[in-house]
Design a protein around this ligand. Structure first.
Ligand code: G4P
Length: 291
C-alpha cells in the first residue's frame, strides 16, 4: 500500500501471534468453526490465515450483514464457497434473519459425518461445540447474542484488557466458543484495505476521509450508478473523477462554505455514513470472478 496514503495499521505482530496461538490451542475443543464474514467484502474481511489455522476442522461461513449487501452478489458468493466445499449462509445478525438455518446446516451438512458416527456409537446426546471467529466489527457479538436469545454485554477487544474465552450455551445442546483476541483482516494489499475502510471495518484514520469518499463515489458511479442518482440526484459525467462527484454531492446537499466553495469534508462524512448504514442501497464491493 502507498505509504503516503496509509497512516497507521492497528494490527501488531505480537497480537497476531497470540491470537493465532489461541485459535490453534482451542481448536481441539470444538467440532467446527463458524467464520463470520462481511457479505459486502467476503474476501477482504477474511483472515488470510484462517484456512491454515483451522485446517482439518469442518467450517461454516456466515455472510453477515447481507441486509446491506447486493442480493445477487451474495448468491454468487454462496456458490463460490460451495464450489470450494464450504457451506456458506447469508445472515443478518442485526434482525436475526437467516439464523434459523444455522443449526440445521451444521447438523445436516457441515457435521453430517460426525452426527452419523455419534448415533452409531450411542453418543447422539453429546454437545456440539463451535468456535466463532471473525474480524472486529463483523458482527460476532450480534451473532452470539442472537443465537443465545438474550443480550449479553459486549466485551471490548482492547489491547491491555484481558478477556478470557467464553462458552455460550444454546438450546439443543450446542455451545459456542467466543474467542478473545483480535483477528486481523486481509489488509495487505491496497484494494482490500480501501474496501475495509469503506465499510468501516478498519479505522477511518488509515485513509484521509475525503480520499476515501472519492474512491467510493468512483466505485459507485461505475458499479451502482442508480445509488447516486436515487440518493443524491447525481449523475456522473464521462470525465468526472472522485472530486467532481464529491462536489456534486456536496452541492446537492447544500454543503457550501464562503465564496461558494463546497465543504468536501462534510460531504465525504455524509457519503461514508450513508453507505455504511445502507442508505445508498444494497451494495457489494467485491465479486468472486474479480478475484
Ligand atoms: P463484533 O462483535 O464482531 O465486533 O461486532 P458487533 O456484533 O458489535 O457488530 C458491529 C456493528 O455491526 C454493530 O453496529 C452491529 O449492530 C452491526 N451489525 C451486526 N450484524 C449486522 C447485520 O447483519 N446487518 C447490519 N446492517 N449491521 C450489523 P454498531 O453501529 O456498532 O452498533 P449498533 O448501534 O447497531 O448497536
Amino acid at each position: 500500500m502507498d505509504n503516503t496514503e496509509m497512516k497507521n495499521i492497528q494490527w501488531f505482530p505480537g497480537h497476531m501471534a497470540k491470537t493465532r496461538r489461541m485459535i490453534k490451542s482451542n481448536l481441539s475443543l470444538v467440532d467446527a468453526v463458524a467464520e463470520l464474514l462481511d457479505a459486502r467484502t467476503p474476501l477482504s474481511s477474511r483472515n488470510p490465515e484462517m484456512d491454515s489455522m483451522t485446517s482439518g476442522k469442518p467450517r461454516i461461513v456466515l455472510l453477515n450483514k447481507c441486509d446491506v449487501a447486493d442480493e445477487a452478489s451474495t448468491k454468487k458468493w454462496i456458490s463460490w464457497f460451495g464450489s470450494r466445499g464450504i457451506t456458506a449462509l447469508p445472515v443478518d445478525c442485526k434482525s436475526g434473519r437467516g439464523l434459523k438455518s444455522f443449526l440445521p446446516a451444521l447438523k445436516n451438512d457441515v457435521l453430517r459425518d460426525l452426527m452419523k458416527k455419534r448415533i452409531e456409537n450411542g453418543m447422539s446426546g453429546a454437545p456440539i461445540r463451535i468456535m466463532v471467529v471473525g474480524i472486529p466489527n463483523v458482527g460476532k457479538s450480534s451473532f452470539i447474542n442472537r443465537m443465545a436469545g438474550s443480550k449479553r454485554a459486549k466485551v471490548e477487544d482492547r489491547p491491555g484488557v484481558t478477556r478470557t474465552k467464553q462458552w455460550v450455551k444454546l438450546e439443543n445442546n450446542v455451545e459456542l466458543l467466543d474467542m478473545p483476541g483480535v483477528l486481523w483482516p486481509k489488509f495487505d494489499d491496497q484494494k482490500s484495505a480501501v474496501k475495509l475502510a469503506f465499510t468501516g471495518a478498519i479505522s477511518d484514520g488509515i485513509l484521509d476521509i475525503e480520499t476515501l469518499a472519492m474512491k467510493l463515489l468512483v466505485f459507485l458511479s461505475e458499479n451502482y450508478p442508480d445509488s447516486l442518482k436515487n440518493r443524491y440526484g447525481v449523475e456522473a459525467a464521462e470525465d468526472d473523477g472522485g472530486l467532481e462527484l464529491l462536489e456534486k454531492v456536496g452541492r446537492r446537499r447544500g454543503m457550501v462554505i464562503s465564496g461558494g466553495e463546497i465543504n468536501t469534508e462534510r460531504a465525504a462524512i455524509t457519503v461514508l455514513d450513508e453507505f455504511r448504514s445502507g442508505k445508498l442501497g444494497r451494495i457489494t464491493l467485491e465479486l468472486p470472478d474479480e478475484e
